[in-house]
Design a protein around this ligand. Structure first.
Ligand code: SME
Length: 158
């Protein structure tokens, strides 16, 4: 097994362990965000937005961010929900409705978290490097999204 595949397997196992623990939702999701963030040196900000009453509300994150409420259709995060698909942005300077959280951010990935077919939140990751996110990152985050979905649904109150 390659180094990257081992890392991905370990992340999945650790995330599953956290989700299965009896820790509170916020603590569990904060742990998952930190795990994936720390495993990727080019990721400069990582967080989970929760879908609450039709609005994206910032949940667990590695650092505070300017946009703690985002309407559906707004920015990269809100577009993921309105278009019902993940977003991988190579260079945020080319996105017209981008909502800046840091002037240093260059690329961004948003991966939707669905529970019982309904969008309950999303992973949002920013990098100061152009084109930091690959299809493999998206696939990993999709797997983790399936793992954390019940906890996200619970924290979002949906
Ligand atoms: N860039 C996002 C806003 C969230 S911050 O990156 C944390 C957007 O355009 O929706």
């Amino acid at each position: 097994m390659g180094e990257r595949a081992t890392l991905e397997r370990d992340l999945r196992t650790e995330a599953e362990g956290l989700v299965a623990s009896d820790g509170p939702d916020e603590e569990v999701l904060d742990g998952v965000v930190r795990l994936v963030h720390e495993a990727h040196p080019s990721w400069d900000w990582s967080g989970i937005y929760l879908m609450k009453d039709g609005v994206l509300v910032l949940g667990p994150k590695t650092a505070p961010a300017d946009h703690d409420r985002i309407e559906v259709g707004e920015g990269v995060c809100g577009t993921a929900v309105s278009e019902d698909r993940n977003q991988v942005v190579e260079d945020v300077r080319e996105v017209e409705n981008y909502l800046a959280c840091s002037i240093h951010t260059r690329s961004e990935i948003v991966v939707l978290i669905r529970h019982e077919g309904v969008i309950v939140g999303q992973f949002d990751i920013d990098s100061d490097t152009v084109g930091a996110f690959t299809a493999r990152d998206e696939a990993l985050l999709e797997e983790l999204a399936a793992v954390v979905a019940p906890r996200v649904a619970s924290l979002a109150g949906s």
